[in-house]
Design a protein around this ligand. Structure first.
Ligand code: HEC
Ligand code: HEC
Length: 248
């Protein structure tokens, strides 16, 4: 019964949000018929509730362009986020509502499904910022600011910034708005992870202009063809992160 009720509520919720969309960005391309991975009927029903916003491959783009790419992100990372929305470490009422009754086993299955997807190539954004701002963003992402103890984003998010298995997400293929919102939320402690919260430590050292610059640069980068997260153990992290299993 509850399932049916939730689905009905969801249909109303999603269409309400669709109406409220700004239309800033088109929904990203859907796969051709027959391309979808084979999954059980019950899992298919569960993910249908998600692909309405996150796209059939998890490529993102719903909610006026704000719903993030989740396809191909590391499985542990996706699983932690579903738990974070459920347990209040991330606050986004709609996502909390989507996952609040999901048992861990379902969350794992859903995380596994999306981690195995390969979203199609995504056209990068062209943020309206100066060349100097983009250059500042590139420096922070690739070199950090050693004098102030800011590690390069690449030091944890991987050499091609597409993440590291199983717990560190890729940063390419996300929108400028989404990235800056997440960095701001980490900085203010609104988005949290298990302690120690390395993303809070990193963002605490960045000012608003730097957050804007790194978000703009990241969103302007194309997703390399067939890019996947780096393998487990391929990175030595410069700070401890509680969200990386076995490291906190
Ligand atoms: C109505 C649109 C909508 C629906 C439906 C929806 N989501 Fe989301 N989802 C979002 C938005 C918007 C965010 C970003 C929230 C934020 O800013 O924290 C998000 C965030 C996420 C994240 C975190 C992504 C990241 O990279 O950190 C995951 C994972 C996720 N959703 C999975 C799901 C799953 C699984 C379902 C189905 C059970 C689902 N979503 C249904 C809109 C939606
Ligand atoms: C010490 C390692 C480390 C460094 C350095 C680091 N990150 Fe992260 N970052 C993480 C981890 C771990 C997560 C996953 C947190 C979680 O589970 O919620 C994350 C999550 C994120 C997210 C959320 C992604 C999403 O899909 O919602 C963004 C955005 C992000 N980092 C941006 C950056 C930027 C920009 C930099 C450089 C200025 C940076 N990170 C530096 C480890 C790091």
């Amino acid at each position: 019964m509850r399932g049916v009720f939730l689905l009905a509520l969801l249909a109303v919720g999603v269409s309400g949000i669709a109406l409220a969309q700004t239309g800033r960005q088109e929904m990203r391309p859907e796969p051709a018929p027959g391309q979808a991975t084979k999954v059980s009927t019950s899992l298919r029903q569960r993910i249908a509730a998600c692909t309405a916003c996150h796209g059939a491959y998890g490529q993102g783009g719903g909610s006026g362009g704000y719903a993030p790419r989740i396809g191909g992100k590391p499985v542990g990372y996706l699983y932690h986020q579903l738990q974070n929305f459920r347990d209040g470490r991330r606050t986004y009422p709609l996502m909390t509502w989507m996952v609040q009754y999901l048992p861990d086993a379902y969350m794992k299955e859903i995380a596994q499904y999306f981690s195995e997807q390969s979203p199609p190539e995504i056209t990068p954004q062209q943020p309206m910022v100066t060349a100097a701002t983009l250059d500042l963003g590139r420096k922070l992402a690739t070199m950090g600011d050693p004098a102030r103890g800011v590690p390069a984003c690449m030091a944890c998010h991987g050499n091609n910034l597409m993440g590291v298995q199983p717990d560190v997400p890729g940063l390419i293929g996300l929108s400028n708005d989404y990235i800056s919102a997440q960095l701001g939320a980490f900085k203010q402690g609104i988005r949290r992870t298990k302690e120690p919260d390395c993303m809070h430590e990193v963002t605490a050292k960045l000012d608003g202009a730097e957050i804007g610059a790194v978000a703009a640069w990241l969103s302007s980068q194309p997703v390399p063809a067939g890019a996947r997260p780096q393998p487990v153990g391929s990175v030595k992290f410069p700070l401890r992160c509680g969200s990386i299993d076995g490291d906190g």
